[in-house]
Design a protein around this ligand. Structure first.
Ligand SMILES: [Zn+2]
Length: 383
């Protein structure tokens, strides 16, 4: 077992970096990378009361036109929740039954430790590597993600930094390290619908207009639509209502308005524009008086099978014997920002069964193969 990877993971867990806090994680990693010959640059961003730490680091290859591979990830973690519910302090690395416990163990300090040690081993064996190796870390992936990766990607684009491949360390594995990687993510589009009616007495409905009754048929139609059929890489687009609110609480009052929150997780077969126009047309056809606010959480991205997915799949097979599955399921990630400046983005990390939960942990035996898969990928693409 690589004590180097485990040791670094322990040090990272011990730094309580709840979003947007970094608690010194990036300084620790930056020092390790600097020692390896990386150029280090802080790209901190955001207001004083929500300052986000961002770190860009690059070790340039000997070939000026060589490929550039980026390791991307986040040092922030979600809040631990009720401390009494944890079996051990979430910010003190603890071991039980071959697992290391602590907030961020799986999402995603384990990946960060594995990436750093993979880089160390790779540089030790290939000090004159042809391609360039870079890191981009943020302390706001779990939060609003406004001053994190997206800001750095804008800066990198502005200065003309080329990126060819990116591996994001999000925990993607289901039962064994490498059994699944993400080669894309669905988009996320949310709507807040306000259906307007006229409040009145339930005994005098002709003097009122009930927005619940008016909207019911429209909502039934919305939930029944096949928005698209998906494609070879994506599940069909899904529509889900998350909140409905109407009524005064009294049993004899027809409500004056109804609020409905809904969300699309959409494939590359739909666009935010196509989904919006279909919803508006449907609401208009039902004759509703309404207001609708949209929030685009993220565009979908897709990395078709190619150089990076082949290298990652081969590394996983060589290290674990597994044939990995390419998938676009799950929530959004910072991959959506990086995909705008990097043509091939793959997410690959350890088992995700306990992320964001009480007693988050990682089987210790995930770390060594993960680190080796990262290093093998570097050897294939950059050496
Ligand atoms: Zn994460």
């Amino acid at each position: 077992m690589s004590n180097a990877t485990l040791g670094l993971l322990e040090a990272l867990i011990a730094r309580p970096s709840v979003t947007p806090g970094d608690a010194g994680c990036q300084q620790l990693i930056g020092e390790r990378l600097q020692r390896l010959g990386f150029e280090i640059e802080a790209m901190d961003s955001g207001p004083e009361n929500f300052r986000v730490s961002n770190l860009w680091a690059i070790r340039r290859g000997t070939a000026a036109d060589g490929p550039v591979l980026l390791f991307a990830g986040h040092t922030d973690v979600v809040p631990p929740g009720r401390l009494e519910a944890w079996g051990s302090d979430p910010f003190v690395p603890s071991y039980r039954e071959g697992r290391i416990y602590g907030r961020g163990a799986a999402d995603m300090k384990g990946s960060l430790a594995a990436m750093v040690v993979a880089a160390e081993e790779f540089v030790a064996a290939h000090a004159d590597h042809r391609g360039s190796l870079a890191f981009l870390l943020t302390s706001d992936e779990e939060g609003p993600a406004v001053d994190g990766t997206v800001v750095c990607c804008e800066q990198l684009r502005a200065r003309g930094q080329r990126l060819d491949y990116c591996i994001v360390g999000e925990p993607t594995s289901l039962e064994a390290v490498g059994d699944m990687v993400k080669n894309g993510r669905r988009g996320s589009l949310s709507g807040r619908l306000k259906v307007k009616g006229v409040q009145g007495h339930v005994a005098y409905p002709h003097l009122a207009r009930n927005p619940v009754h008016q909207a019911a048929a429209a909502l039934a139609e919305l939930v029944a639509i096949d928005w698209d059929a998906g494609n070879a890489y994506f599940l069909a687009t899904s529509f889900q209502i998350s909140n409905i609110n109407a009524g005064t609480g009294a049993g004899n009052v027809i409500p004056g308005e109804m609020m409905v929150d809904f969300n699309f997780r959409f494939s590359t077969e739909s666009t935010p524009e196509s989904l919006k126009s279909r919803v508006h047309a449907l609401l208009a056809r039902h004759g509703l008086e309404y207001a609708l606010d949209w929030t685009l959480g993220g565009e979908p991205f897709l990395t078709p099978v190619g150089t990076l997915s082949d290298a990652v799949s081969a590394a996983i097979r060589a290290e674990t014997g597994l044939t990995t599955q390419l998938s676009t399921t799950g929530g959004t990630s910072d991959g959506r920002f990086i995909a705008k400046i990097c043509p091939q983005v793959i997410e690959l990390g350890p088992i995700n069964a306990t992320i964001h939960k009480i007693d988050e942990h990682l089987p210790v035996d995930n770390l060594e193969p993960l680190k080796n898969i990262y290093r093998r990928t570097l050897e294939t693409l950059l050496a």
